[in-house]
Design a protein. Structure first.
Length: 156
């Protein structure tokens, strides 16, 4: 089963984006989480193809979700949805080699196109990985450096 995880503490955004993507991306199940704690539990219990996360949330914020995904699910793309752009955020995105960010408010069609592109890219990479792994060589796994973990505030 292919799953997309939407993480946002705003129920209206979560529900409306989930409904839209469920309708337009028929081959995917859209799951939701209202905070980073729920998101991490979901990522650890269900295979996830892509995560869309807000940054500012209670309990564990989007940075914690990103760090958990990078550490424990490195092949899962994470996209940031935020209404508060900053130079620091742009630097973080570049430093952590994250997928595109999308600014709130957004059009659902923009999110759908971005998600579709990312999922197609992931499937292409997975197909290449399977072929590469068939040759007996392990693929290098991306790792977070300590400075990036400290910058993002890793939650354990």
């Amino acid at each position: 089963m292919k799953n997309i995880l939407i993480v946002d503490d705003n129920q209206m955004i979560r529900d409306s984006l989930s409904s839209y993507l469920s309708h337009t991306l028929k081959n995917y199940t859209v799951l939701t989480a209202e905070d980073g704690v729920q998101a991490i539990k979901t990522m650890d219990s269900v295979p996830i193809s892509l995560v869309l996360t807000d940054l500012e949330m209670p309990k564990v914020d989007g940075y914690g979700v990103i760090m958990h995904a990078k550490e424990h699910h490195p092949s899962v793309p994470v996209c940031i949805m935020t209404g508060s752009w900053s130079t620091d955020l742009l630097m973080l995105v570049r430093k952590l080699d994250l997928v595109p960010c999308i600014e709130k408010p957004f059009r659902f069609e923009e999110v759908e196109q971005m998600v579709t592109d990312l999922l197609e890219k992931r499937e292409t990479i997975s197909a290449g990985r399977s072929q590469y792994e068939g040759e007996g060589e392990p693929l290098p796994q991306p790792r977070m450096n300590i400075q990036a973990q400290q910058y993002c505030g890793v939650y354990t």
